[in-house]
Ligand binder design. Structure first.
Ligand code: UDP
Length: 317
């Protein structure tokens, strides 16, 4: 039975990975300092055979007794408002945290998978983005703390592969959405869905002409698990290439929720990428992976989750 450690295992993606790996027969060790992760995401797993949780900060030295087969480094604030609020923690978990997690992988001869991001491409000058594009990142802008931390994390991962022979994988994750996103995480899908369900104004930043390509969480998790099992030693984009403008997303959310909300425009944040869309040729070719969940279906499932989350928030207020 493989034993897999997930750093950031109480987060949005980490907790879905924990579910999927337990279902595939892995023992899962979940490590999280809970600064953006939540026990709510894993409460259904506490007490389950093969599941262990440690409230640890992966930027410190971590010692885990016994063998480990896989280490998945998913610890990091990942939404723009989180990494603006937690700039130093974001830089530390991408740098020191990646170093510690790689050190553990070396000691245990474990396979290491890094959660990287489309943000390594910055405000891209090439469209759609292919893995061989080096990106257009402002190192000293507000998003630099995340972008550069992840770029450093990729460099460190490749260095451990080359210098120490650690088996490494790097996934570049594009905008992923679904149940267990936080109501207040500030990301566009969670924000628009929460605003629509409360009949509050939908805050479109700028003219809403900037584009993103949204991947439902079950597709993302499936791609990541395929990558873990593959022999791809350089980065692989995992995302849904169906691109749309932020304004179109707002209109879809209003339609699917039947909301009375109206669109209001707010200032576009500094360095907000104008376009983003993954080229997934590599994932298609080497992983046989393809996203399956269409936007309307994914949004419908996300809306159902947020309805419950908002109701329990109101009940506990
Ligand atoms: N956005 C928006 N309104 C919001 C939140 C985000 O218009 O309330 C826009 C944001 O400016 C960006 C896009 O939606 O262009 C995606 O933002 P998100 O924070 O989800 O992540 P990003 O893709 O920028 O990392």
């Amino acid at each position: 039975m493989p034993r897999t450690l997930i750093a950031g295992g109480a987060g949005f993606l980490g907790s879905h990975l924990a579910d999927a790996l337990l279902a595939r027969g892995h023992d899962v060790i979940c490590v999280d300092n809970l600064i953006t992760g939540s026990m709510k995401n894993i409460e259904h797993l506490i007490g389950t055979d093969g599941f262990t949780f440690y409230k640890w900060d992966v930027t410190n030295y971590i010692h885990v007794p016994g063998p480990i087969d896989n280490i998945l480094h998913f610890a990091s604030p990942a939404s723009p408002i989180d990494y603006l609020r937690l700039p130093i923690q974001t830089l530390k978990v991408g740098s020191l945290g990646t170093h510690k997690a790689l050190g553990l992988a070396k000691e245990k001869a474990a396979r290491f998978l890094l959660a990287s991001t489309s943000e390594v491409y910055g405000d891209p000058l090439i469209h759609p983005q292919k893995e061989d594009y080096w990106g257009n990142v402002n190192p000293i802008g507000p998003r630099g703390v995340y972008d550069e931390a992840k770029r450093f994390a990729e460099a460190m991962t490749m260095a451990y592969q080359r210098a120490h022979g650690v088996e490494t994988r790097i996934v570049r994750i594009f905008n992923t959405y679904g149940p267990r996103m936080r109501i207040e995480d500030g990301r566009v899908v969670s924000t628009f869905v929460s605003q629509a369900l409360r009949d509050e104004p939908i805050t479109v930043f700028g003219d809403g002409g900037q584009t993103r390509s949204f991947c439902f969480v079950s597709d993302e998790v499936d791609g990541i698990i395929r990558l873990l099992g593959s022999d791809a030693t350089t980065p692989v984009n995992i995302g849904n290439p169906s691109e749309m403008t932020v304004k179109q997303l707002a209109e879809r959310v209003i339609e699917l929720t039947g909301s009375k909300s109206e669109i209001v425009h707010k200032e576009l944040p500094e360095d907000d990428p104008k376009v983003r869309k993954p080229d997934i040729t590599r994932a298609r070719t080497i992983l046989g992976w393809e996203p399956k969940v269409a936007l309307d279906e994914g949004l419908t499932r996300t809306i159902a989750y947020f309805k419950e989350a908002l109701a329990s928030e109101t009940a506990s207020a």
